[in-house]
Design a protein around this ligand. Structure first.
Ligand SMILES: Nc1nc2c(c(=O)[nH]1)N[C@H]1C(S)=C(S)[C@@H](COP(=O)(O)OP(=O)(O)OC[C@H]3O[C@@H](n4cnc5c(=O)[nH]c(N)nc54)[C@H](O)[C@@H]3O)O[C@H]1N2
Ligand SMILES: Nc1nc2c(c(=O)[nH]1)N[C@H]1C(S)=C(S)[C@@H](COP(=O)(O)OP(=O)(O)OC[C@H]3O[C@@H](n4cnc5c(=O)[nH]c(N)nc54)[C@H](O)[C@@H]3O)O[C@H]1N2
Ligand SMILES: [Mo]
Length: 748
């Protein structure tokens, strides 16, 4: 269809979607004339529409950005300085294949660390480095990573408590609730399923009470809520446990539900009421820890326990902190104590996968890693030692490179191969990343832009965008819909997909059968291998043509409905068959940092840490309103104009530091420093500062980051259950001194 129209100069409309790792997955209608995108529109089809935001509307500027990488390049200057020279694809692929063979010969393939994050999320292209891992696993193996940046704390808690990540309801189910708590959930900014904000606005109109618990008075608090309860970062488990105290003390909990569907509530009650350690977890106890007023904690507990059905929507963010697993386990326990599991309008809280339009599904097939055959990483295990024997947690990558086997890591790493990720920017402790990358023998990156990570590549390979290839994508966590991404234009310049690049390497490495299909053939095969898609979508060709299939539901899909309606025949997939408030598997670990029941454990770098004398402010790093992480949107003129990149600081903290709104400030700790504009506001609680993640690390000659990359400040230590701890970080802020200020003006 597209080919014919291209010939006769008509404008055609190509249905596709935005499939980066944003919490949305939104329909785009791309107008193409003579092989060029002329404009982008959002969904105008049947309701409920999946309308794109500013990023989708500006996508044309991302595709045609002057900053797009055009050709394969090799590094000619110092690593990190970004000096490259154009080379041919043959030279690039020959060099990469030659180095891989050399490393295999000299050190073994475990010296090659391959990984990716979520730069793009098609089932065929890119998602989590799948084309790259397929190549290396077919070639003989490589070292790789474990642990997700987004929600490892939540993953751990879901597995321990429910034995499943499938805790999803559809976004419109908020309309069935009588009471909603947005716990660190800010979908008006940090998209959390495409239409959540749309339905929350309706819930508000219907008179449903919505309360926000967050250190910041969020956009969602302003738009939807009638109450904002500020809370100190990292202390959420304490507040949730105090809410449990109020429910038990006032007999508001649902004992029938607990008896029928859960185990271990009695042990949790002993801890909550103080029988275990002599400390009753009262609202006043929690107020001292969290900063949230005791009366607000008690009232919230009462409202949540008595207005059924109710949703405690607990986002991933507090789980991205030290002991973040405890926050998620405590939130899940409260949803059970109030009997809000398995019913419309309720919410078990967790990963929110499924039940209709599940995020996970088959993609490009990946065989087993030959290097893991002797010691396979046990994916679902709560014992993280079993997950890490051959893998490196994403928070440990830099340490693993710097310290190797002698430091207890699985390999001495000599080469890094990265696709669809920007870890120098997006993983914890950027300055340590720089130190580690400078130690390596060889670095390969596939990218669309010259990101802070790409600057360190020895060979840098240009990748096409999702407008330049076809793919299938699933909704973020759950649907109800699936999208087909139709290729709108040919690959620009000399760019190729990750799969095409790996195909070129496969022949050079002598790997046969790596890619014997066209993309179209793969996509049909992926569709046919996906039981849910086959069940929900009557006709694959129609799906392609429409670019989206919306599933019409006759009933509200509800997580764990079967387990609640008919428990005798549908046990929870845990060892006990019940919701495990007490987990024997955790008890068996005998690790006080991973207790069998949810507990509040004081985080490192909390405000009580001696380090807080030097660095008294807690930094939270939220997801960017106008970008998807670091992925090129920051280069788009329309988007750059919308909002300056700032550090939020409370008026009292600013006054004490003589910082005025708009001042350039230095935010720093022992790990790094950045210069950034201050936003002085009452919308953040005293003692807490906030910077959006994803801005590009841009060090000046003195190593001061002028880009405002949050990870120059964060500590690369994962939580005991594996969680990424980007919200556990002490800093200080001061008005930038004049010489730093001058330099910055000079550069601007
Ligand atoms: N616009 C946009 N949307 C996105 C993304 C994006 O890049 N851009 N990324 C997507 C991805 S990959 C993910 S994983 C999700 C993440 O979704 P979330 O984890 O929900 O997102 P965040 O924006 O990091 O944080 C949400 C809120 O948590 C608060 N917060 C931080 N620390 C704490 C704490 O310790 N306690 C409490 N109570 N609140 C805290 C912050 O102030 C913020 O308002 O977002 C998705 N949505
Ligand atoms: N301090 C702090 N750090 C964080 C977070 C936080 O809240 N605070 N959030 C974390 C979370 S939840 C996440 S999910 C991660 C995200 O971390 P990343 O996945 O590393 O970040 P992105 O910026 O989404 O994508 C990385 C790169 O992928 C490239 N890309 C896009 N499409 C393709 C493609 O088809 N092929 C290839 N090869 N590249 C492509 C983009 O240009 C972009 O530069 O960040 C984490 N980092
Ligand atoms: Mo994420």
């Amino acid at each position: 269809m597209a080919e014919d129209a291209r010939d006769n100069g008509e404008t055609i409309v190509v249905p596709t979607a935005c499939a980066h790792d944003c919490g949305g997955r939104c329909i785009l209608r791309v107008h193409v004339k003579d092989g060029t995108i002329v404009r982008v529109e959002a969904d105008d089809g049947e309701e409920p529409q999946l309308r794109a935001c500013v990023r989708g509307h500006a996508y044309r500027q991302r595709v045609y950005s002057a900053d797009r990488l055009r050709y394969p390049m090799k590094r000619v200057g110092e690593r990190g300085k970004g000096k490259f020279q154009r080379i041919s694809w043959d030279e690039a692929l020959d060099t990469v294949a030659g180095e891989v063979k050399r490393l295999r010969r000299e050190y073994g393939l475990e010296s090659v660390l391959c990984f990716g994050q979520s730069g793009a999320l098609g089932q065929l292209h890119s998602g989590l480095a799948v084309p790259l891992l397929r190549l290396f696993y077919m070639y003989g193996g490589c070292t790789t990573t474990w642990g997700g940046a987004s929600a490892e704390g939540c993953t751990f808690a879901c597995r321990a408590t429910y034995g499943s990540l499938d805790t999803g309801h559809n976004p419109d189910d908020v309309l069935n609730s009588r009471f909603i708590i947005l716990w660190a959930l800010d979908p008006a900014r940090s998209i959390w399923k495409t239409n959540t904000s749309f339905y929350l606005a309706q819930a508000k109109e219907h008179g449903t009470k919505i309360v926000v618990v967050d250190p910041r008075r969020t956009d969602s608090a302003v738009a939807f809520a009638s109450q904002w309860i500020p809370i100190r970062p990292g202390t959420d488990a304490a507040m949730l446990i105090a809410m449990a105290y109020v429910m038990i003390n006032e007999n508001l909990h649902d004992q029938v539900f607990l008896d029928r569907y859960t185990i271990g509530f009695d042990k949790f009650r002993e801890y909550v009421m103080g029988a275990e350690d002599g400390v009753p977890k009262t609202p006043s106890w929690a107020e001292a820890i969290t900063g949230a007023p005791a009366a607000d904690i008690a009232n919230l507990a009462r409202e949540y326990a008595t207005k059924k059905p109710a949703k405690l929507m607990a986002s991933f963010a507090p789980g991205r902190s030290a002991y973040g697993e405890q926050y998620h386990r405590a939130a899940m326990t409260l949803t059970a104590m109030t009997g809000n599991i398995g019913i419309p309008g309720g919410h078990p809280t967790g990963w929110e996968l499924g039940p209709v339009g599940h995020m996970m599904g088959p993609g490009l097939p990946v065989p087993r890693n030959p290097l893991e055959v002797a010691a396979p990483a046990v994916r679902g295990s709560l014992d993280i030692r079993l997950r890490s024997q051959t893998r490196v947690n994403i928070s440990d990558i830099w340490d693993a490179i710097l310290r190797g086997k002698a430091g207890g890591y699985p390999a001495d790493i000599k080469m890094l191969y990265m696709t669809a990720c920007n870890p120098v920017n997006q993983y914890l402790n950027t300055n340590k990343a720089v130190e580690a990358l400078n130690k390596l023998e060889f670095i390969v990156v596939h990218e669309q832009f010259l990101t802070p990570t790409a600057r360190f590549a020895d060979i840098l390979l240009p990748v096409n965008t999702l407008m330049e290839r076809s793919d299938i994508a699933r909704p973020w966590t759950s649907g109800p819909y699936y999208v087909y991404l139709n290729k709108a234009i040919d690959s620009l310049y000399e760019s190729k997909s990750d799969l095409e690049i790996c195909t070129g390497l496969a022949s050079r490495l002598g790997v046969s059968g790596y890619n014997d299909k066209t993309d179209d053939e793969w996509l049909r095969e992926i569709f046919e291998a996906s039981p849910d898609m086959v069940k929900d979508i009557p006709d694959f060709e129609e799906f392609k043509k429409a670019g989206v299939h919306k599933i019409q539901l006759a009933w509200p899909p509800v997580a764990f409905e079967k387990q609640i309606k008919d428990p005798a025949n549908n046990p929870f997939p845990t060892p006990s068959g019940k919701i495990e408030i007490y987990s024997q598997r955790l008890a068996d670990l005998a690790d006080p940092e991973l207790p069998a029941i949810p507990k509040y454990i004081e985080p490192w770098e909390s405000r009580n840490d001696p380090l807080a004398k030097k660095y008294p402010l807690q930094l939270v790093t939220i997801h960017p309103k106008t970008r998807v992480h670091s992925s090129g949107y920051g280069r788009i003129p329309w988007i750059k104009e919308l909002e300056p990149h700032t550090v939020w600081i409370n008026t009292a903290d600013a006054l004490a530091r003589k910082i005025a709104n708009g001042d350039l400030v230095r935010v720093f700790n022992d790990r790094g420093q950045m210069l950034i504009q201050a936003k002085v506001t009452q919308r953040i609680m005293p003692g807490v500062v906030c910077v959006e993640e994803g801005a590009w690390y841009t060090p000046d000659k003195r190593g001061v980051d002028r880009g405002g990359c949050t990870n120059v400040l964060t500590k690369n230590r994962h939580s005991p259950g594996g969680a990424f701890t980007s919200n556990t970080c002490l800093v200080e802020a001061e008005k930038a001194c004049s010489d730093l200020d001058q330099t910055s003006r000079g550069r601007a």
